[in-house]
Design a protein around this ligand. Structure first.
Ligand SMILES: [Zn+2]
Length: 325
């Protein structure tokens, strides 16, 4: 029970105290990839901690952590002892419902979102193959369109799409910058980061943490792609290129599942690119990665500490020992 309360407390702490700190932290825009990792670590840990809290109420904890292989083979005697205690079965039932509920919601929403995304991308690729012209040399699909737009359709058979208006608006160096931006989305699989955070936001829309994380990750993947493009060209070229592919109001050439070079928040991104680059130092980055590792490992420490103490106690006698009595 104490372990379950500690896990629930840790989960609530992560879900309420850390998001405002992370949201307002000034280092975030200087290290978008680390920030994306931090948001994912935060949401994953909150969910994992809730599942562990539920399981620790349902299955006696010392045996959960005693050996990983025995996780799902918890000792029948300990379970009997727990469920024989006053109210033990109620907590066991609530814990089971919590664990199964969280696992079920995550699985359902991520599966539905993934299936819809895969289907929508395949449909859009088929349309592109019909109406677009392949430019093999530049690795792009050219669309005849009056709107200046550049976007990518991620996935195993990805496409990078450039409209004829964008080709007219961008010089060669700016085109290189926007293609580097799109390539960063594709190679770093930003679509997966977005699919995960959006799926969790839908599954737990009532909890502020998850919609906040999803909105921040949408913004951060754009910053990250801008940084990659700036490293291959220069910051002002990327800024100019973003302005050249800004969407018109009422834009029709913007499929929902694609990742764009320009879009919401472009003005802020352009302002960010004007001063010189100011990335985190190696020590600061290492400290950030360590912070993420601590957030992720804390639930295991909460479970593992009492388990280590209990490992010397024979709370779960072996079959032979039990039979001798
Ligand atoms: Zn983008």
């Amino acid at each position: 029970m104490i372990i379950a309360l500690a896990l629930v407390g840790y989960s609530l702490l992560l879900a309420t105290v850390i998001p405002p700190l992370l949201f307002s932290a000034r280092w975030v825009d200087r290290a978008p990839r680390l920030a994306i990792m931090s948001w994912h670590a935060l949401t994953a840990t909150v969910l994992a901690t809730a599942i562990m809290a539920g399981l620790s109420l349902t299955i006696p904890t010392p045996h959960v952590s005693r050996h990983l292989a025995e996780f799902f083979q918890a000792c029948a005697m300990s379970i009997r002892l727990q469920y024989a205690s006053p109210g033990g079965w109620i907590f066991g039932l609530l814990g089971g419902l919590l664990a199964v509920g969280v696992i079920g919601r995550v699985t359902w929403f991520l599966t539905v979102a993934s299936v819809n995304l895969i289907r929508e991308r395949a449909r859009h690729r088929r349309i592109l193959d019909i109406v677009g012209r392949k430019d093999v040399e530049r690795g792009i699909v050219i669309l005849d369109c009056d709107e200046s737009t550049v976007y990518c359709v991620p996935g195993r058979r990805s496409r990078t799409v450039v409209t004829t208006a964008a080709l007219g608006a961008l010089n060669d160096y700016q085109l290189k910058a926007v293609l580097a931006h799109e390539n960063a989305h594709l190679t770093e699989r930003h679509d997966l980061a977005l699919a995960l955070s959006n799926g969790l936001a839908k599954a737990f829309s009532g909890l502020t943490l998850f919609p906040t994380a999803a909105a921040e990750i949408v913004r951060l993947v754009e910053l990250r792609a801008d940084d990659v493009a700036a490293a291959q060209t220069d910051r002002l070229t990327v800024a100019d290129a973003l302005l050249a592919v800004l969407p018109n109001s009422g834009s029709q050439a913007r499929p929902a599942m694609a990742l764009f070079a320009g879009g919401n928040g472009t003005a802020i991104r352009v302002r960010r690119l004007i001063p010189p680059s100011n990335p985190l130092s190696r020590i600061q980055s290492t400290a950030g990665v360590l912070g993420v590792a601590i957030i992720l490992s804390m639930p295991l420490l909460i479970l593992g500490g009492p388990a280590a103490a209990a490992i010397q106690q024979d709370l779960c006698p072996s079959t032979s020992t039990a039979a001798a009595h």
